[in-house]
Write a protein that binds this ligand. Sequence first.
Ligand code: HH2
Length: 259
Amino acid sequence: MGVVNVTPDSFSDGGLFLAPEAAVEHGKRLLGEGADILDIGGESTRPGAEPVSADEERRRVLPVVASLAAAGGRVSIDTTKAEVAAAAIDAGASLVNDVSAFRFDPALAGLVADAGVGCCLMHMLGEPRTMQENPRYDDVVDDVRAFLEERLRFAVAEGVPAELVWLDPGIGFGKTVEHNLELLRRLDEIVSIGRPVVVGTSRKSFLGKLAGGKPEGERLPGTIATNVVALARGASVFRVHDVAPLRDALAVAAATFSR
Ligand code: HH2
């Protein structure tokens, strides 16, 4: 899954693809590099990010969704808002990636059910503005697993077929470095819920910290290492900014594990 951020303030590529033409060109490049899915987002979820109105979010993402769906890519819309998701589905999106797992806008679940599209439900502690303020868990993996099981039950109760739900532990969303590492180390316990697991470690700050203070642009080695670990633990979808190197790394790792 390749990331297309149509935002001025995303943590690693904010402002680079705010113009629709730049975002479309970037998405086409990621498809050429072997992305199976493009995850298009118009609102940053980085710690402390300011919320964006539905109108502004729609304005940013719709032309990009329409062009990239027409270009043949499977398009995922990264939003927490039903209004934005509805417009994106009309424009060709077939997956809704909701980092709030239907908590911020409960109407999103019914919309996904009616549209018959897939969804990715992610764990986050609270909301982006405050999630990194001293995050605490009894046991991070048990807590995240219980949350995802409850959100899966909610989605199914709202009419979304369980087969169309993917789950994501939400690396970096209200987690310390140690929490992120524990989730990756024990990712098989999330996989055992029985739904495909999405993992997003790409360029995140814990990778910089572990490598002695590396900025976003120098976190590819950590991104590769963590995605290979996630593959070994049973993850199915890898949400990344740098598709070509991850495609190669995961192909080699997958071939090694399958022998
Ligand atoms: N991470 C980000 C955004 N959306 N969705 C899922 N399912 N899993 C993730 O780990 C995830 C996500 C944050 O990365 P990015 O989109 O690059 O940054 P920003 O939120 O600042 O736009």
